[in-house]
Design a protein around this ligand. Structure first.
Ligand SMILES: NC(=O)c1ccc[n+]([C@@H]2O[C@H](COP(=O)([O-])OP(=O)(O)OC[C@H]3O[C@@H](n4cnc5c(N)ncnc54)[C@H](OP(=O)(O)O)[C@@H]3O)[C@@H](O)[C@H]2O)c1
Length: 334
């Protein structure tokens, strides 16, 4: 990517998009194109077409999506599949029509089968049934991967689909009704400490294993990929089973119980952690195989405890800054 390239970061105020923007600006890419959701609704085909025709970006990072935790996905599957299919179809199509040089489409590790072998290799895509709670979202993201593949094959575009593991970091969503497990645990233990409670109830048995990557590490991996020389980039596009697919993770997982203890330690909560086994655990294990990424010389820099401490600092700053009330709900989701 040339320093003066016009780079569109879709979803630049979200967890992933804000990390990408920070990283690109830090690298001296100053010709970034951004729009808030209010300024540009990516589900609206006509306005997306007008935007691309006016801005003519050279590169696109696709970090705009309707995203949520297990509860939101389970309760609103129609919204998750409709919004994500529309956003992807509009952006990927207009990127092709307007001659975008490279596009990085962000999906998620939930595209892989619920019970697939671990660690999860890219080639396991479409080899088994999906987890039911977020199947609508996963199917939309799989359609996005297939769109990347199909546009590359038919139109010669250079669209790469990157699948990050669970992300956390500055600007995360701490609303207990829609957040992922790590930010939900941060809010719950913070509120329990603030109120002097002696216990925090965590959804599920605490036994499922999950992998967590700090958002700045994810951005580092994405920018590394987009800066690859043509030969290496094109090699990635000829991915397993023809899918232009690459996993982004840290290569290690922890149980939810270990994660909850790490969060409690950072927050300074000294009470008990109770596990409510009547609540769903979700997929038993989800660890990505990051062999393809490592082969390019990439590795993560921010360890879990360091990352949680940085995320908690951001959480505290935002809580104080916004003067927000604490949330009454005390159920964390896995
Ligand atoms: N968070 C994770 O743990 C994780 C893990 C793996 C992969 N990912 C992937 O990373 C991508 C981004 O996720 P995230 O966690 O950064 O989500 P996020 O924090 O919710 O950010 C999503 C961004 O997309 C924007 N957006 C949503 N609908 C839009 C629309 N119709 N038009 C324009 N903008 C729209 C949002 O704007 P508003 O907030 O204003 O609606 C927000 O800025 C997703 O593809 C997701 O699958 C995330």
């Amino acid at each position: 990517m040339e320093r003066d390239a016009r780079i569109y970061v879709a979803g630049h105020r979200g967890l992933a998009g804000s990390a990408l923007k920070r990283r690109l600006e830090g690298d001296g890419y100053l010709n970034l194109v951004t729009r808030t959701h209010a300024e540009l609704d990516l589900t609206d085909q006509r306005t997306v077409r007008a935007f691309f025709e006016k801005e003519k970006p050279h590169y696109v990072f696709m970090a705009a999506a309707k995203v949520g935790g297990i509860l939101a996905n389970n309760d609103h599957p129609a919204e998750f599949i409709q919004s994500n299919l529309a956003i992807q179809a509009n952006v990927l199509h207009e990127a092709w029509r307007n001659g975008v040089k490279r596009l990085l489409f962000l999906g998620s590790s939930c595209i892989y089968p619920r019970d697939c072998m671990q660690p999860i290799k890219e080639e396991y895509l479409l080899t088994g049934p999906l987890e039911l709670t977020n199947r609508a979202y996963a199917v939309a993201k799989i359609a996005g991967v297939e769109m990347c593949c199909s546009y590359n094959r038919q139109y010669g575009t250079r669209y790469l689909a990157a699948m990050p593991t669970n992300l956390y970091g500055p600007g995360d969503n701490y609303d207990l009704a829609s957040s992922h497990v790590l930010p939900a645990l941060v809010r719950k233990t913070h509120e329990a400490r603030a109120r002097g409670l002696d216990r925090v109830v965590v959804w599920g048995t605490g036994k499922p294993r999950r992998e967590f990557l700090y958002s700045d590490d994810m951005a580092d991996a994405c920018v590394t990929l987009m800066k690859l020389p043509d030969g290496e980039f094109d090699e990635l596009l000829r991915g397993p089973n023809d899918f232009p697919l690459i996993n982004i993770g840290c290569g290690e997982d922890r149980t939810i119980a270990e994660l909850a203890r790490a969060v409690a330690s950072v927050v300074g909560f000294r009470g008990r952690l109770e596990f409510d086994a009547s609540k769903p655990d979700g997929t038993p294990r989800k660890l990505l195989d990051i062999g393809r990424l490592k082969a390019l010389g990439w590795s993560p820099r921010i360890g879990l405890e360091t990352g949680i401490a940085a995320a908690y600092k951001d959480f505290l700053a935002r809580e104080t800054g916004a003067g927000k009330k604490t949330n009454e709900t005390f159920e964390a989701k896995t």
